[in-house]
Design a binder for this molecule. Structure first.
Ligand SMILES: [Fe+2]
Length: 306
């Protein structure tokens, strides 16, 4: 077993303005299923292909955005290990009790230099529907909406990108798969804790703690086209796409949930190995790096965050 420590993105807690509209959007349009609703009104969702209890948490609030990004570790003792390393690095660590979210064990949390709260946990119950472990069907529930297969990653905006990269590399064992270097310094980094081209990405921005997008993986390029049909059929607010990234090489489309949080559905992307050197993009090919077909950035993609 080569993968250990921090394994993958586990769940994201997103702030929404209108809960019924958000639930309809993430279930009917994105294709997730609701697995629980907490006494405090938070709603828990996941893809039917995911085993763990949930991967998206919706919390009603007066302002859209992201509360926290939680990553799953292989074993409970990893939490003590990373607490020690995060504290040695110089960041404060707090504890969240098991059961604060249904089906999730104890978590540790800390705020990284971009202003985002990151949490680690190791234990999660399974929830239905899931493919099961004996004679699993290709899908336990007929795919619906965009047929998202899993919550995959988030891209967030904030200051101190170089410091955040250093922390993720030294304290959490992430690797930098790709980076944008501009003449005035690092603009963005794509970080992997496993074998995907990215599990979290950061872009330089003056305001801390902002969300650019949460992303869901689809089966293939045809599924991205189907997502585009749904976006138009239901008049979902669109940002850009379908298109492709040079960075990570994913085939993608960006759009907004009813609260204004940007979502991505994508397919593809290369397999990452930790011995690969960081792929670097500079100002001469930045447009192609972000949008490979258009070869230029759009203003909303750079400036609209929640
Ligand atoms: Fe993305």
């Amino acid at each position: 077993m080569a993968l250990n420590g921090v394994l993958r993105p586990g769940f994201a807690q997103i702030r929404v303005l209108d809960m019924p509209a958000a639930v309809e959007f993430y279930t009917k349009r994105i294709g997730l299923v609701q697995v629980a609703e907490g006494a405090d009104g938070r709603v828990y969702l996941k893809s039917a292909e995911e085993y763990d209890h949930h991967s998206i948490v919706l919390r009603r609030a007066g302002e859209a955005g992201i509360d926290l990004l939680a990553f799953k570790c292989l074993k409970d003792s990893d939490l003590d290990h990373f607490q020690q390393r995060v504290e040695s690095y110089g960041l404060g660590v707090d504890h969240v009790s098991a059961g604060e979210q249904p089906g999730v064990g104890r978590r540790i949390g800390f705020t990284v230099q971009t202003g985002h709260r990151i949490e680690l946990y190791a234990d999660a119950d399974e929830s239905a529907p899931n493919p099961g472990h004996l004679n699993p069907e290709i899908w336990p529930l007929e795919p619906h909406g965009m047929a998202a297969r899993r919550y995959d990653h988030a891209l967030v905006y904030g200051p101190n990108i170089d410091q955040t990269l250093d922390f993720f590399e030294k304290a959490l064992d992430f690797k930098c798969a790709e980076r944008i270097d501009l003449p005035d310094g690092t603009l963005a980094v794509w970080l992997s804790c496993g074998m995907k081209a990215h599990d979290i990405a950061f872009v330089k921005h003056p305001e801390p703690g902002k969300l650019h997008h949460v992303a869901f993986e689809l089966k293939d390029w045809n599924a991205v086209g189907h997502a585009a049909d749904i976006i138009t059929r239901f008049d979902v607010s669109i940002d850009i796409g379908p298109t492709r990234h040079g960075i990570t090489q994913g085939q993608t489309i960006y759009f907004f949930d009813p609260s204004g949080n940007r979502c991505e559905v994508f397919a593809g992307g290369y397999t990452y190995y930790p011995d690969l050197k960081t792929r670097v993009w500079d100002e001469t090919q930045l447009g192609k790096g972000i949008f490979y077909y258009e070869r230029q950035l759009n203003e909303a993609f750079l400036s609209v965050v929640t």
